[in-house]
Structures are given as C-alpha cells and as structure tokens.
Design a protein around this ligand. Structure first.
Ligand SMILES: [Zn+2]
Length: 148
C-alpha cells in the first residue's frame, strides 16, 4: 500500500484492502491491492476496478479476510494532508451504507515519519446518525494495523 504510493510520489494512487476488524474499532489490513494511479490531485475508481475486485473478494474470503475498504494517497511534501476531503466523503458514504465496516485509508508517502500518523496513514469511517437514520458526513478516525 505505502510502497505503491512511494513509487508514485507525485500522483494519487488508489487500491483496495482486505483484513479483519479487532474489537470493533481496529482495522487490520492483511492484504492490499494497488489498482490505479491518478493525477496529482485526484484518482477515481473505474467500472473495470469492480470487475477486477470480484475474484479478489472470492480468494480473500476463502482465507477468512473481509473486503474492508479502499485506500488512496494525498501526496504532498509539506504539512499534514491525511484527511477525508468532501469528495472522499461522497465516495465513502454509499459504500459504507452497504457495508458498515467499509473503511477509507488515506496515506501520504511524505508523512511516513510523522508521529501523528500511523506510519503515514490514517483510517476513517463516517459517523452513524442517531436512531439508525443513516450516515452523517462526520468523519471518525479508527486505529489501523498494517500486516501487508
Ligand atoms: Zn482524498
């Protein structure tokens, strides 16, 4: 995941990851797949990415790993750029509505040594509205453990 971002330090990269959830709040990334390199300030899933995901889902579910979400990079050299943009929230919302464990991991290859991050990464989900009225646009930070 971070290796992919480091290989494309001037462009946003995107991919998916599989893993498990520990104690309902720690996302354990056990397997990640690089999918796409975008521009310097954007990257999007394409329809073919969903086709590509299908056999990976089958393979990983066979090993007890769940499709937990997506990762992408915000490659900026100075400052803290690991956050969910409005566009990221718009992408996250429909997917998390389908799968409550769906998580976005945002990474910045220039923040690997930033102690306020998990080796240059943060994991996010959107907050549930009260009384099961769906998801808000409020972003929650989660713990993340990277095995792959
Ligand atoms: Zn983003």
């Amino acid at each position: 995941m971070m290796g992919y971002a480091e290989d494309h330090p001037k462009k946003e990269v995107l991919g998916i990851f599989f893993g498990t959830i520990e104690k309902n709040h720690t996302v354990v990334v056990e397997k990640s797949y690089p999918f796409r390199v975008g521009g310097s300030k954007e990257v999007d899933f394409l329809d073919e990415d969903y086709v590509r995901a299908v056999p990976l889902i089958r393979e990983n579910e066979g090993k007890g790993l769940r499709w937990l979400g997506w990762f992408h990079s915000h490659p900026f050299t100075i400052g803290d750029h690991i956050y969910m943009s409005n566009k990221d929230v718009r992408h996250q919302k429909p997917a998390q509505s389908q799968n409550p464990y769906w998580t976005a991991i945002v990474i910045n290859p220039y923040q690997i040594n930033d102690p306020a991050t998990k080796k240059g990464m943060r994991a996010y989900r959107l907050k549930e509205k009260r009384r099961g009225r769906g998801l808000s646009s409020k972003v929650l930070s989660l713990d993340v453990k990277i095995i792959d």
